[in-house]
Structure formats: structure tokens, C-alpha cells
Design a protein. Structure first.
Length: 302
């Protein structure tokens, strides 16, 4: 976070926006019924074996990402990191946008009358435009809006696809990795490198320093605060799961979202005093705990 900035309730806007969007998109996906035909590497079974399998896939993805960061740092190719981030965003965005385009057309009853490949062409066009804007724009509102929409969409999709216990354990695993990465792992080095680059260019305008950020596309900028896109994805995944599983409950979703926002606010206030901190562990802990308590109360009242 920029040292001259102070954290206030306004800094919860990205968190509240992400959870709200993800809940709405989760409802859209659930009502479209299209995900039953979508093939993914994850199992949708509620069994222990399926949960272990799904969490193992998450662990492999996190490990692969950590290895990529480690190699780029070791090979002194930190500038290549921006290319890797933008390429990953573009590729994943195409698939995500297509899923939501099909869902929207299905719910509106227009899927059968639209020309073939309409959703694919739409996803390609929107993804290319969004990636171009992320790569070239210095406007904070443009960057944060696109990245929030991307993170919310990805998180909501995972929340609808994955069984409840997979979401819970994946969030815990990602929180543990977040702690390691920020304090001991590759993100610690990248953050220190970024601070050195900014310090070396202090005479330049803020917009110029932001546009050259090594983490551009991987963090959501908002009023001096930078939230990792992975954190937004997991916030959204928890929010959409809380709304839909085991049945739709807007009250449960609201309570979980409030606990998540409370955890995020405490984390942001600590960032104000201590510098960079992992933004996932405390919000995930509070929201998941609230979620499990809510499920227990619902079961007891039945």
C-alpha cells in the first residue's frame, strides 16, 4: 500500500463488489443448468476421495505457479512476469466469458436462436479488448473494474462447480500458501523488487510508476491499496458457495459476506501499519467459520 494512504471503509469497495457480483453470477450459472455438461478436471462428488482429489489439483496448480515465479526470479526474468500474467489472463478469460455468455443466452431463451459459435466469438472479442486495456491503461477505475469482474467471474464459476468441502479445504490450502508466498516465498521477493523500482523512480508521476508495475494484471488497484487477483477469486468462490450450497439462502450469503469483509478490513488496517500482508487467510478463516456455523444452525432448525 502507498505509505501516504490510510485505510478506511472505502477500501472495502473491491471486496464488497466482488462478493456481490459473484453471488449474482453464481445464481445465473445455477439457474442456467449448463454446468452439468461442462467438463472440468475437478470431481463434483461429495465423497472424501473426490475432495482429496480436487484439493490435490489445487495444490498442483499452486505449486506450478510458485515454480514458475521461482524460475523467472532465478533466471532474472522478472520483466517477463508481466507477459506471463497477461497471457494467462487472456487464455483463461476466453473460457470464462464463453461460459457466462452461454449461461446468459440460456436463461434468456436465446441460446437456440443465436447463430453457431456466437458465444465463442463474443468471448474472444471481449477477452482481447479486456486484456489490451489491462496491458495499456493507466486508469485505476478501468483496471480495477476489469480485474474485479474477471476475479468475481472465475471465483463464482469455481464456487458453483466445486463441492462444498472442496471449496473449504481449497481456501485453507490457498491461505497457507499465501502466508508462505508473502513472507518467505516468491511474492516476498517480487514485492521487495517492486518497492525498489518505485523508490528509484519517485520523481515520476504516480500513473507512470503504476503502468510499469511488475504485478500489473495480478493485483486490483484501489486508492493506494493493491489486492491480489487470487484473493478476489477466493473471496468470490466462498461468497457464491455460501449463497448456493447446500441450498439457496440470501441470509446465509449476507452473513458470510459480512464476515469476509470484516476479515478483509482488519487485514487492510494491518497493511497500513506493517506493509504487505497476505490478504486471504483472515477473511477466509472468518467467512468459512461463519459459513460452517450457519450450516450447523440450519441443520439444527430443520
Amino acid at each position: 500500500m502507498d505509505p501516504e494512504k490510510r485505510v478506511g471503509p472505502i477500501h472495502l469497495v473491491p471486496v464488497v463488489t466482488a462478493t456481490g457480483i459473484s453471488a449474482a453470477l453464481g445464481w445465473l450459472l445455477e439457474n442456467s443448468r449448463i454446468l452439468s455438461e461442462l467438463e472440468t478436471p475437478f470431481s463434483r462428488s461429495q465423497t472424501l476421495e473426490a475432495t482429496v482429489y480436487n484439493v490435490s489439483i489445487f495444490a498442483l496448480l499452486l505449486g506450478f505457479g510458485a515454480l514458475m515465479l521461482y524460475l523467472l526470479i532465478k533466471l532474472r526474468r522478472a520483466s517477463l512476469l508481466k507477459v506471463v500474467i497477461l497471457t494467462s489472463l487472456a487464455i483463461s478469460m476466453i473460457g470464462i466469458v464463453e461460459v457466462y455468455a452461454i449461461a446468459l443466452l440460456s436463461v434468456s431463451g436465446m441460446l437456440e436462436i443465436m447463430p453457431p459459435d456466437t458465444s465463442l466469438l463474443l468471448s474472444l472479442a471481449l477477452s482481447l479488448v479486456a486484456t489490451y486495456l489491462i496491458a495499456t491503461s493507466d486508469n485505476e477505475l478501468v483496471l480495477s473494474s476489469i480485474l474485479l469482474l474477471y476475479g468475481s467471474s472465475a471465483g463464482s464459476l469455481l464456487g458453483v462447480l466445486l463441492p462444498l468441502w472442496t471449496v473449504v479445504l481449497a481456501a485453507i490450502l490457498a491461505s497457507a500458501y499465501d502466508l508462505y508466498s508473502v513472507f518467505k516465498g516468491p511474492l516476498k521477493y517480487i514485492i521487495e523488487l517492486e518497492r525498489g523500482r518505485i523508490a528509484a523512480r519517485t520523481p515520476e508521476p504516480i500513473s507512470a510508476r503504476r503502468s510499469e508495475s511488475l504485478l500489473k494484471g495480478a493485483v486490483v488497484p484501489f486508492k493506494g491499496l493493491y489486492i491480489g487477483i487470487g484473493d478476489i477469486i477466493f473471496y468470490s468462490m466462498i461468497a457464491s458457495t455460501a449463497l448456493l450450497r447446500p441450498s439457496i439462502s440470501f441470509l446465509r450469503a449476507l452473513v458470510v459476506a459480512l464476515s469476509l469483509a470484516a476479515g478483509a478490513y482488519v487485514t487492510f488496517k494491518l497493511v497500513e501499519k506493517r506493509g504487505a500482508l497476505p490478504a486471504l487467510p483472515l477473511p477466509a478463516l472468518l467467512s468459512i467459520s461463519t459459513y460452517l456455523v450457519a450450516l450447523s444452525l440450519e441443520a439444527a432448525l430443520l
